[in-house]
Design a protein around this ligand. Structure first.
Ligand code: GLY
Ligand code: MN
Ligand code: MN
Length: 441
């Protein structure tokens, strides 16, 4: 399943309508990022640019210009021209004809024309919508264009108003359409398969990176790439929240935490599972795991239309603290431990974030200082955890060095929470059963 030009056009229509009359919007894609000398990272389009255009190539800028009303607008695409020589080296380019015919631009120009054409386009517009602060180099160019437009002897010069375009685009992207949810379900299904495979492939003595390769195999077989750097942390490495070295052996008797997921057609998933390297939870591992799982299930259940988006975090904290008290890792009064944030010794991150084209997706979390309420079409992760530092002498030695997180992707629907990542098991019994199954090579 892929989005079509009709989907991208509908988004441009909605943006233009919000821009109002006599306005211009400038949206650039990402630059190609250098990895090291003469070796680039594989290009990934800027999410907001791709959201509006579906155009996957680097060096591209989209312009929307409204006329008397926001419904009457034109769409220009500046992109790389076709070039036989460069296409032999670096691959196919849509070029001007492709921009017009395949990407349905009303006007298309070579990217080298941008500095010249844009002055005329900006001049006489009342409002300029621009994504300020995304790229310093591009911000400087836009400032230069505004100055040049202001110096024009004819017309009204530069636009009177500058508007932060991200405020509009981020809000559009926060609410996912049914087709976007379909794409996210595909990404979630592939990631769920990858986690299931990892549970079945892991063996004591295996290197963390070898287990990561099992996930990458599933992503790659289905044309996907990781949505973010995979975390595969055995034992105490799971207590390092952004552990990505993945270069240590997995030990018999330890847990392994995997936070890894793919993106499909630029839509991300984000899954964490924690399971025993040898296939069987120890009593302590199971006890701590059950606390995190109870917190996660309660938090997921709170992802409902009208609820505060803070509620899952508050519920998770309470259940985690109650569990830590029950197991003897903390002492005191639940309310007081929550009030003083003493739990941060073991739980120091949030319980979730928006998910979409970016793994930490756009969209403000608060409006006028208040946590936003959930509404249909929002997608959020729910990812509580507990991390007992290996040198934490405040707890019994049997708990030290355990890191557990469980993360799923949840859509807010009229019928309650829809868990996109439901196809990878997470109860102790289900994990142990899956891990005991013999897998075909
Ligand atoms: N994988 C990044 C996160 O869970 O936020
Ligand atoms: Mn996450
Ligand atoms: Mn994650």
């Amino acid at each position: 399943m892929k989005l079509t030009q009709a989907d991208f056009q509908e988004r441009r229509d909605r943006l233009a309508e919000q821009m109002g009359p006599h306005s211009i919007a400038i949206i650039a894609t990402s630059p190609v990022a250098m990895r090291n000398h003469d070796a680039d990272y594989k290009f990934r389009a800027d999410s907001s640019f791709f959201y509006l255009t579906g155009f996957p190539e680097p060096e591209a800028v989209a312009i929307l210009e409204t006329g008397e009303t926001g419904n009457d607008y034109s769409y220009s695409l500046f992109c790389r021209e076709r070039n036989r020589e460069l296409e032999i080296w670096n691959g196919y380019r849509a070029g001007i004809d492709g921009a017009l015919n395949d990407y349905e631009a009303d006007e298309a120009y070579a990217i080298e024309q941008l500095d010249k054409q844009i002055i005329q386009k900006i001049t006489d517009k009342q409002r300029l919508y621009y994504r300020m602060g995304q790229r310093a180099d591009f911000d400087a160019r836009v400032s230069g264009w505004i100055r040049q437009a202001g110096e024009q002897r004819q017309g009204n010069g530069a636009p009177a108003e500058m508007v932060q375009l991200d405020r509009i685009l981020d809000d559009m992207r926060l609410y996912k359409s049914a087709r976007e949810i379909e794409l996210m379900q595909l990404a979630a299904d592939i990631s769920a398969q990858a986690h299931s495979r990892a549970m079945q492939r892991v063996r004591p003595g295996m290197m963390e990176y070898a287990l990561e390769a099992e996930l990458n195999y599933v992503f790659g077989q289905q044309g996907c790439v990781p949505a973010y750097n995979s975390i595969v942390g055995g034992g105490a490495n799971a207590c390092i929240l952004h552990y990505v070295e993945n270069n240590q052996p997995l030990k018999d008797g330890d847990l392994v935490l995997i936070d890894a997921a793919c993106e499909y057609e630029c839509y991300a998933s984000d899954i964490t599972r924690t399971f025993p390297v040898n296939g069987k939870f120890s009593p302590e591992q199971q006890a701590l795991y059950e606390v995190v799982l109870a917190a996660q299930l309660a938090a997921i259940d709170a992802v409902r239309v009208g609820n505060s988006s803070r509620e899952p975090h508050q519920l998770a904290i309470r259940i985690l603290v109650e569990g830590l008290l029950r197991l003897g890792l903390m002492q005191g009064d639940v309310d007081q431990l929550i009030e003083s944030e003493a739990y941060r010794q073991f739980y120091m991150h949030g319980t979730g974030h928006w998910l979409g084209m970016d793994v930490h997706d756009v969209g403000s979390y608060k409006i006028n200082g208040e946590w936003r309420s959930y509404a249909e079409g929002m997608v959020v992760t729910v990812e509580p955890g507990l991390y007992i530092a290996p040198d934490d002498e405040t707890v019994d030695v049997k708990w030290r060095g355990m890191g557990i997180r469980i993360e799923d992707d949840v859509v807010v629907t009229a019928n309650g929470p829809l868990v996109l990542t439901r196809n990878v098991v997470k109860s102790v019994a289900d994990i142990e059963r899956l891990m005991a199954q013999v897998v075909a090579v």
